[in-house]
Design a binder for this molecule. Structure first.
Ligand SMILES: C[S@@+](CC[C@H](N)C(=O)[O-])C[C@H]1O[C@@H](n2cnc3c(N)ncnc32)[C@H](O)[C@@H]1O
Length: 288
């Protein structure tokens, strides 16, 4: 019998690869779009156990659709992909994804169980404001994902590529830079793990990002001119934002308040996730 694990109480409990820096950047990006009145669907290629899907799902408004695509329990389309699945995602099941997602949200996203190459059959062209590409790392698959992302996105929609520069994922780097050189993709900013790009005009969004970064006391970033593109490179943030400093002449500081067990989630996630997280924790404590 498979082991029954407790439902996650916050997204730090969900295994996955979404680091705090990108949690913060994706939250900023989706909130910025919302504040600008941008409306559109959201799509994730490669969901695994739901860590990034739970975060993205907190930004889906009632008129918007969120679709995730993953092989989950289905066979991979070729041997190289099957080997990747066995090596890295052997314990993945769709039911665990669903249980993790429902610990934070009332409804599941639309789920496409199968190869990402089929996503065009499920998501309408030009419908998305945001696409997260985080599935197979093989050049051929990522190249198809790039084409799919472009087709799904609205003109100024944003695509985020995971592992665009990791040592073990040269296929992702090759596919992404090929799109930049040959297919009009504009890189806007990069974190250590993800590239944020658009086929639209990057100017206003990149400017807004830089303004926001300038207001973040713990951010470290630099500008790069790469093959005619201005790319903002953002270093990993420390896990917790720095505590505000008292003015130099102020009285001695009061002892720090007791912090919740996973403060970064409470501090940084949007209200829907924070509420869901607290509700999940209350339910868990009630069961004890
Ligand atoms: C790196 S994980 C995704 C991580 C997730 N986004 C997160 O932040 O936790 C990659 C996922 O892509 C899926 N995958 C790999 N190849 C795929 C393919 N050809 N089509 C659909 N999904 C695929 C795997 O099953 C795995 O769940």
């Amino acid at each position: 019998m498979p082991t029954q694990h407790a439902a996650p109480a916050n997204i730090d409990d969900i295994p996955g690869w979404l680091r705090p820096t990108d949690q913060r950047l994706i939250n900023w990006l989706l909130s910025y779009q919302e504040n600008q009145g941008v409306q559109g669907d959201l799509c994730e290629l490669g969901a695994y156990l739901g860590k990034s899907a739970v975060l993205i799902g907190a930004h889906v408004r009632p008129v918007e659709m969120f679709t995730v695509c993953d092989l989950f329990d289905s066979p991979a389309p070729n041997e190289a992909n099957a080997a990747e699945m066995l090596r890295s995602y052997a314990t993945l099941t769709r039911s665990t994804f669903e249980r993790n997602y429902l610990a934070f949200h009332d409804r599941l996203p639309a789920i496409v169980e199968g190869a990402t190459s089929t996503i065009g059959e499920h998501v309408a062209p030009g419908s998305c404001r945001f696409v997260h590409v985080d599935a197979s790392h093989h050049f051929g698959h990522v190249s198809v994902d790039v084409v799919s992302a472009r087709a799904m996105l609205q003109p100024d929609g944003v695509v985020v590529f995971d592992d665009y520069r990791a040592a073990h994922t040269p296929g992702v780097a090759a596919a992404v830079w090929f799109a930049i050189h040959g297919e009009g993709l504009c890189p806007m900013w990069i974190s250590p793990n993800k590239m944020y790009a658009t086929w639209g005009d990057p100017t206003a969004l990149r400017k807004a990002l830089v303004e926001w970064l300038t207001d973040q006391p713990d951010s470290a970033w630099s500008d790069h001119d790469v093959a005619g593109h201005r790319i903002v490179q953002i270093a990993d943030w420390p896990k917790h934002p720095p505590a505000p400093q008292p003015p130099p002449s102020a009285a001695p500081p009061a002892p720090p308040p007791r912090r919740p067990k996973h403060p970064i989630i409470v501090d940084l996630l949007p209200p829907a996730v924070t509420r869901a997280l607290r509700a999940a924790r209350r339910r868990r404590e009630a069961r004890r």
